[in-house]
Design a protein around this ligand. Sequence first.
Ligand code: NAD
Length: 319
Amino acid sequence: MQAERGRLRSALIVRLNRGPGIVRSDDNRGTVHGRVALVLVDDVRSLQAEKTAAHSAGYPQCVRPGNVQAQGGGQMGFADKVVFVTGAGQGMGRAIVRHFGDAGACVVAADINADAAAAAVAGYGAKGLALACNVSDPASVKSAFDTVAERFGRLDVLINSAGIGSVDAFLDTPDDNWMRVIGVNLTGTFLCCREGARLMQKGGAKGAIINVSSTAAMSGEGPSHYCASKAGVMGLTRSIARELAASGIRVNTIVPGPTNTPMMAGIPDEWMQSMIKAIPLGRMCEPEEIARVAAFLASEDAGFITGQNIAVNGGMAFI
Ligand SMILES: NC(=O)c1ccc[n+]([C@@H]2O[C@H](COP(=O)([O-])OP(=O)(O)OC[C@H]3O[C@@H](n4cnc5c(N)ncnc54)[C@H](O)[C@@H]3O)[C@@H](O)[C@H]2O)c1
């Protein structure tokens, strides 16, 4: 069993190193440094036309500048709520955007990959907004939330799904890799929580923030920076849940187990089967299952839940 776990860990580390979605140098994407590029879903002219139409009766309230009264209704009551998702370009973030968007919400898809963010909100017209945003860059994050304030005038739900890993044995961990993983996973979550909560308070919304940790934070089965960053997210959540409760903002952490996203794609089948064997429900989580839990936590049905870790792992660990 010990040997099998060791093999699995090595496999994951190899995958983390090679994966298309997980290991990124922000410096390779210079277009997003220090600024946010606004990527409109449709062309600017059609957006302008829709914005003008928003002033007439019948247009979704969430796209009316200065609106502070979102309406309920729709699947789980998200019609016209404004929902901001980081890491929205693929994997869990993308599934979350589609879930809320299909439920009638105005969805803001933020990702370091601008094209992927734009694809995530395709089809939502003026109710979708794609932003190129590097969550580890304070200026980029501030600019993104300023854009949301200008466009929608409010924020109801923030989901911090952006995350990266890196493959480093602890004793050989380069400083840069430590900084980068902590920078995206923990500092990025902090920066978005701070800007998001400010906007929620300004818009008068009773908001919900959902952060994304990992089972690795509890088990230690992962590189040190990744595990530390994800454990940090749990502490951050608890602290700000207490502080923001008085203003009606709830903050919770989803703690996923292995989930079928690009981050996990490409693991050799043998190792995948071995990982799945450790999951009592006998399979990986699907990103849509994370989206449904996020929707529950964002809804009034979860109105008395704050500061909690919500495990979504098929029974592989209890927290
Ligand atoms: N997939 C799993 O098995 C699993 C398990 C536990 C926890 N998680 C966590 O869940 C979250 C989502 O994971 P996923 O599997 O969907 O990952 P993914 O790699 O499929 O998607 C991550 C997204 O984040 C974006 N991103 C990366 N760096 C960014 C930055 N600096 N700024 C903005 N966006 C950035 C990427 O472009 C990508 O679109 C992550 O925080 C991850 O650590 C994943």
